[in-house]
Write a protein that binds this ligand. Structure first.
Ligand code: UDP
Ligand code: MG
Length: 343
């Protein structure tokens, strides 16, 4: 057995969005333990095989940089031994803070939990599977020393990802670029270094269906890319099956654009124009006494209109459902326990 680690509840550490909002500058001077210079935050879902290597490599990078730091690992309701591996690591390295959520909340909310718990002046967001090399942190720090508020990793190559994933991701980033006025960088994930100022603004946003990379872009400030090659996963497989990817894309689009809602109006106008043309056509036919049986055109119009109406209802439903979710005002994440970190 390893030595007993201090267990803290979320409240003690000041988690939850309300507490996060109070975590800014005014409370900073009053906190007993000073902020570490850097926090590394990684959400983990069934990452038992990747974690030891992740902790080793991130630890080495932090050793190289010097200065105070912490590694916040969030167990997003894993079904494997992830939590065990995390707490073992936290017992060995006082920089590690292990956070366990009540259940699986999904990547974006697990990341939000980690971001709310972390206390650093600068925050590195990274996946636990080492697809994004932590060694880039040194370059990111230099760019931030030169005044960047956000340094985001921009993928040049995606070695570890399938052709299908690369193609859908490329199409998605271009589509969302066209649908929204926010300049969401192309081919960038959540791998980025952000300042405490940006983080405080980010966690003060109460939205539930979070598309964090878009939200960070929306905040603005000086955002600088750092181009890199995306690696293959060190272990395990992607936790983003197609269904999750589609849901994530829908969250991103509905969170950042109302163009689909407006589309129903455009299409409605088009259908109205076509309907009016048919109306004139049938009246003229009636006047000339040349009325056709008309079954084909009737069925065609019926089918087309019916399809369109359901599509538009679906789009309205997609927004309404999210509005409903948001209006319930439930917590974004629920922490079961926190282990490790400064005493
Ligand atoms: N992840 C998570 N909860 C989930 C799914 C994924 O915390 O429900 C974590 C996962 O452990 C990883 C990161 O989110 O650290 C990105 O997931 P993954 O590598 O599977 O996605 P991909 O790189 O294939 O897009
Ligand atoms: Mg990955």
């Amino acid at each position: 057995m390893t030595g007993r680690l201090p267990h803290k509840t979320g409240e003690e550490r000041g988690t939850g969005l309300a507490a996060a909002k109070n975590n800014g500058y005014c409370s900073q001077a009053m906190t007993a333990t000073a902020r570490p210079a850097l926090s590394v935050v990684a959400p983990c879902y069934d990452e038992q095989d990747a974690l030891p290597e992740f902790v080793r490599r991130v630890g080495a990078v932090l050793d190289g940089l010097g200065g105070s730091s912490e590694i916040v690992l969030v167990d997003d309701g894993s079904r494997d031994r992830t939590w065990q591996v995390m707490t073992d690591a936290a017992a060995k390295d006082p920089r590690i803070v292990a956070v366990r959520l009540m259940r699986n909340h999904g990547h974006q909310l697990a990341l939000t939990a980690g971001l709310t718990v972390c206390r650093g002046e600068r925050i590195l967001i990274i996946d636990a599977d080492l697809q994004d090399p932590p060694e880039l942190l040194a370059d990111m720090m230099v760019l931030m020393d030169h005044g960047a508020d956000v340094v985001y990793g921009q993928r040049r190559q995606r070695e570890g990802d399938s052709l299908f994933k690369r193609a859908t991701a490329a199409a998605f980033y271009r589509l969302i670029g066209r649908l929204t006025e926010v300049q969401i960088p192309l081919d960038a994930g959540d791998f980025r270094l952000i300042t405490r100022r940006v983080l405080d603004l980010l966690i003060a946003m109460p939205e539930r269906h979070r598309f964090i990379r878009g939200m960070v872009a929306w905040i603005g400030g000086k955002q600088v890319p750092l181009v890199y090659d995306r690696q293959a996963r060190v272990a395990g497989e992607s936790k983003y099956p197609l269904a999750k990817m589609v849901r994530f894309a829908a969250d991103a689009i509905t969170a950042f654009s109302v163009v689909p809602l407006m589309a129903s109006m455009t299409i409605g106008w088009m259908m109205a124009a076509i309907g009016f043309a048919f109306f004139i056509y049938s009246i003229v036919g009636w006047l000339l006494g040349a009325n056709l049986p008309g079954w084909t055109s009737l069925m065609a119009a019926l089918g087309l209109l019916g399809g369109m109406q359901f599509l538009m209802l679906g789009i309205i439903g997609a927004y309404l459902g999210r509005l409903y979710d948001q209006s319930k005002g439930r917590p974004l994440f629920m922490i079961r326990d926190i282990v490790g970190g400064p005493k």
